[in-house]
Design a binder for this molecule. Structure first.
Ligand SMILES: *Cc1c(COP(=O)(O)O)cnc(C)c1O
Length: 462
C-alpha cells in the first residue's frame, strides 16, 4: 500500500531530474496484482523479462489489447511496440484472426489426431516458401529449435553444434550456453542446471567474425552437425549482419557438410513472408519458426527439404512428438494471420511505415547530437544509446548505456508508449499502427529523449 502510494505520487525510485519529467501514471492495480503474482510464480512472472527488472517500476498487468493499443489493469492506455514480443504483426485482436479462432473453437479444442487445419497452414507456408518442402508443427520456438538441432545431429551423425554469442534460440539445454574467453570457445552454461557436458557440445563464436568461424571449423573438423544463427539477430539488440558474412557461413557449412539452421522465430514472416533467407538470398538447410506463425497462439515449426525432414519419426529415426502439436485452434489463428500477410503490398506498406517512423526519430536525435541510434530492418527497430554507426556483435553493446534506456522507458510509459522492458529488446511495428499512432509515438519519443539527454530543460513539444 505504502509502496504503491509512493509510486503513484512519484516520491520513490530514482528521481528523474528537472521539470520536464512527466509524473508517473497510476500503477496501483498492477502493483497489487504483482504482489499477489509473486506468491504464485518465481519473480511473479511466467517468463523472466516480463518482471521489469531492468526498467523502472513493476510489471504492468495487461487487461486487453485492440489494434495498436493495450490497456493495463489501472486503465492506462498505451501504443504497444512490444506486440507480444513479435507475434502480433497485425496488431491486437485482429478481427480476421479472432473470427477464425472462434470458428475453430466451435468444433472443439484439441483431438490429438490430425485435422485439415494442419494441412491448410502447412500448404499456405510451403506454397509460398522456396526454402521448405516439408515441416513439422510444434508449440513454441524453443521446441522448434530443440527439434531442429536433434534433426541435424541425427542426419549428420555428429554431436557438436556451433552458435553465436548474442543470438537467442530459446531455453533448451544445448543453447543456454555463452562464450568463454578466447576466439573459439566451448560454451559455458548460461543457466544453472545445464550440465557442463551439454555445454561441451556447443561451440560459441562472435557474430560477424569469419576468422573465428574458420578457426572453429579447423579445430572441430568433421564434428560439427549444425551451425545455428538468427540471420537477423534480434534478441540482444538488433545486431544486423552483413550479407557477406551470411554467405561465408553458407559456404563454410556446405564445405564441411554441416547443416545451416536459420532460427527465424522472429524474422520469419516478419521480414517478408519468406523471412531472412529470402531477404539475404542465402539458403539454409533447416529453418525454425515461431511467434508470427501462430497469430498470437502457441505455434512453432521447423522445416527443411523432404530428404532431411524424412529423418523425423515416424518416417525416420529422430524422435519428436507433441500432445498439442498442430492444435486446431492455434492452426486457425496461424492460417488467418498468414493469409493477411500474403495480401499484395502488405510488407511494402508495413516496412515503409517503419522506415518513415525510424528515420524521423533518427533525424531528431542526430540534429541534437544525441548519442542515440535507431537500428532497423523491415518492421523491427532497436533504440540504442550509442554513437556507433553499426553494432554487429554482442560485445559492441555498451552495457552502461542501459541506464539511459531505463529513464527513457519510464518517460515513455508515462506518455502512453509501451516498449519491451529492456534496452536489449527490439520493438515491432504492426499493420495496426496508424500514421496518427506513429505521429503520437514520435512526439512522445522526442520528449522522452530530451528528458534523457537534457533533464533540466523544457520539452520542445515537437
Ligand atoms: C522467441 C525466440 C525463440 C524461443 O521461442 P519461444 O516461443 O519463446 O520458446 C527462439 N529463437 C528466437 C530467435 C526467438 O526470437
Amino acid at each position: 500500500m505504502f509502496d504503491s502510494l509512493k509510486k503513484k505520487f512519484n516520491v520513490a525510485g530514482e528521481e528523474p531530474g528537472g521539470t520536464t519529467t512527466k509524473p508517473d501514471i497510476s500503477r496501483e492495480k498492477s502493483a497489487e496484482l504483482y504482489e499477489k503474482a509473486k506468491t504464485f510464480f518465481p519473480g511473479g512472472v511466467n517468463s523472466p523479462v516480463r518482471a521489469f527488472k531492468s526498467v523502472y517500476g513493476t510489471p504492468l498487468f495487461i487487461e486487453k489489447g485492440d489494434g495498436s493499443y493495450i490497456w493495463d489493469a489501472d486503465g492506462n492506455q498505451f501504443i504497444d511496440f512490444c506486440c507480444s514480443w513479435g507475434p502480433l504483426i497485425l496488431g491486437h485482436n485482429h478481427p480476421k484472426v479472432r473470427e477464425k479462432v472462434i470458428e475453430a473453437m466451435q468444433n472443439g479444442m484439441s483431438f490429438g489426431a490430425p485435422t485439415a487445419l494442419e494441412n491448410e497452414l502447412a500448404e499456405l507456408i510451403i506454397k509460398h516458401n522456396k526454402f521448405i518442402e516439408k515441416l513439422r508443427f510444434v508449440s513454441s520456438g524453443t521446441e522448434a529449435v530443440m527439434s531442429a538441432i536433434r534433426l541435424a545431429r541425427g542426419y549428420t551423425k555428429r554431436d557438436k553444434i556451433l552458435k553465436f554469442e548474442g543470438c537467442y534460440h530459446g531455453h533448451s539445454d544445448s543453447l543456454l550456453v555463452k562464450a568463454g574467453s578466447g576466439l573459439v570457445t566451448f560454451g559455458e552454461t548460461s543457466s544453472a542446471g545445464v550440465p557442463k557436458s551439454f555445454a561441451d557440445e556447443t561451440i560459441v563464436v562472435a557474430l560477424n567474425d569469419k576468422e573465428a568461424l574458420q578457426k572453429a571449423f579447423d579445430e572441430f573438423k568433421d564434428q560439427i552437425a549444425a551451425v545455428i544463427i538468427e540471420p537477423i539477430p534480434a534478441n540482444n539488440g538488433l545486431l544486423l549482419q552483413e550479407k557477406d558474412f551470411l554467405q561465408f557461413l553458407r559456404e563454410i557449412c556446405t564445405k564441411n557438410e554441416t547443416l545451416l539452421i536459420f532460427d527465424e522465430v522472429i524474422s520469419g514472416f516478419r521480414i517478408g513472408f519468406e523471412g531472412a533467407a529470402a531477404h539475404y538470398q542465402v539458403k539454409p538447410d533447416i529453418i525454425t519458426y515461431g511467434k508470427i506463425i501462430g497469430g498470437g497462439l502457441p505455434v512453432g515449426a521447423y522445416g527443411s527439404t523432404a530428404k532431411i525432414m524424412n529423418n523425423i519419426s515416424p518416417d525416420g529415426a529422430v524422435y519428436q512428438a507433441g500432445t498439442l502439436s498442430g492444435n486446431p485452434v492455434a492452426m486457425a489463428a496461424g492460417i488467418a494471420q498468414l493469409s493477411e500477410l500474403l495480401r499484395m503490398g502488405f510488407y511494402r506498406d508495413l516496412n515503409n511505415k517503419t522506415e518513415e517512423f525510424t528515420s524521423a526519430i533518427q533525424r531528431f536525435a542526430t540534429a541534437r547530437t544525441y548519442k542515440f541510434k535507431v537500428f532497423t530492418i523491415g518492421s523491427i527497430f532497436w533504440f540504442a544509446f550509442t554513437e556507433k554507426e553499426a553494432i554487429r556483435r554482442a560485445d559492441e553493446i555498451d552495457a552502461a548505456s542501459m541506464e539511459k534506456f531505463k529513464k527513457f522507458h519510464r518517460e515513455l510509459i508515462n506518455r502512453g508508449i509501451y516498449l519491451g522492458p529492456s534496452g536489449y529488446e527490439v520493438g515491432f511495428i504492426s499493420s495496426a499502427h496508424t500514421k496518427i499512432d506513429l505521429e503520437r509515438a514520435k512526439r512522445a519519443i522526442f520528449d522522452s529523449l530530451e528528458v534523457v539527454f537534457k533533464p533540466n530543460q523544457t520539452p520542445s513539444g515537437k
